[in-house]
Write a protein that binds this ligand. Sequence first.
Ligand code: NOJ
Length: 531
Amino acid sequence: MASMWWKEAVIYQIYPRSFQDTNADGVGDLEGIRRRLPYLKSLGVDAVWLSPFYKSPMRDFGYDVSDYCDVDPIFGTLEDFDLLLSEAHALGLKVLIDLVPNHTSSDHPWFLESRRDRSSPKRAWYVWADPAPDGGPPNNWQSFFGGPAWTLDEGSGQYYLHQFLPEQPDLNWRNPEVRKAIHEVMRFWLRRGVDGFRVDTLWLLAEDLLLRDEPGNPDWRPGMWDRGRHLHIHMEDQPETYAYVREMRFVLDEFSEPGRERVMVGEIYLPFPQLVRYSQAGCHLPFNFHLIFRGLPDWRAENLARIVEEYESLLTPWDWPNWVLGNHDQPRLASRLGEAQARVAAMLLFTLRGTPTWYYGDEIGLPNGEIPPEKVQDPAALRQKGRRGEHGLPPGRDPVRTPMPWDTSPYAGFSSVEPWLPLNPDWKTRNVAEMEKDPRSMLHLVRRLIALRKDQELLYGAYRTHRAEAGVYAYHRGEGWLVALNLTGKERGLELPKGGQVALSTHLDREEKVEGRLLLRPDEGVVVRLG
Ligand code: NOJ
């Protein structure tokens, strides 16, 4: 197996608004990330993925881009970005940036031009359609953020499509000019030296050409989000998308060299059989969210084994797996499992076969923040108050975007003024500096796991489930490693296939030789070096 950096890397996701503020506006910035590079290095991660920092009116906090080739003043300047990139590279860290190709901001000059009138040369850069006979939207499509996916443009009498906010009009990916323009955006950043992109909503790029209605979802109930009213066979995962992925891959390959591949990570919320097709189309790492929406809610050994085996069985030798437990759209890991099992989940993530992506703050067990109603900022939450979301984008993402607590100084060392979102209430004890002091903290566990994962057999060794007693999820990696995770708060045990040595326990307090029956304490995960 050829060794490629992105197979061996741990990717760390930073939400720039919330990592480190340096210009006293309560919002994080690129200079803040630069200053925190030594922390990332000390964690042992190999690559960072930065959520968007482009020019934006911030209706969806940067996922509404008004200039793809500039930095929003809130975050700094292009020079700040260049400095961040060169310092990251000097430290041996790769930098992936967020590419948002499905939609622009409604303030983007392309859209302003497109909506000017029906004969605009950029009209076909977006998805325009005539009203239904009753004057309403062209079809029944619903947006992720509540309400129809269509908004009427009074001036021209046509509707435009937006899978998200009305201020995020969808680009028309069937139009080759649009694809070319996005490829140029990619080249702009690749020339600056970025190591690749996390591509936003990759599975939504194309919609049904005939704009057919979506079929109803029999499981939808009042109180659930609007998007869930239908099954999505026309708005998502259209076959054309694979060709678009292939084209983007070619652009990345123009800039790739051995050891310096430029990489595409794709945001894709799909079942495994559909997901792996994106890898076969050329996306290096199509995000596998199955632990997030199937694993964490049903945290049992049989369920986890089913998920991992299903995925492993669908991958060809040319595909490479990846795993993730959280991101800026999903509830925090520690809030889903509690801290004790969050540590076990970290052991799982870093010992499975495949590239792990880690969300900032999860290494200190940051739980969901508490956001008083008057401080809510997330447009998804504001538009869908009280609704229940689904695996994709649940309403209410502010709680998982709270500022990183660094130390016990005012505002947790994040900022010198009140941050844009409140700090978590326990920031005085749960912060990086305090966790550094405690040798058994989750922070130290994550660091140890990342270091352990550098072992070639843990990186590349085959995965095989090891049948164990109820409550224990165990698996082999290659011939030399056995991972045993006690998913319960009670003592459990496991028959070892042969003797070995504990390389790491989630409790960070033992490294003894073991054979016969391995005892697992409550909430303990153990990595054993066999033989
Ligand atoms: C997915 C992103 O992860 C999310 O944060 C954003 O709101 C939507 N795409 C729209 O870009």
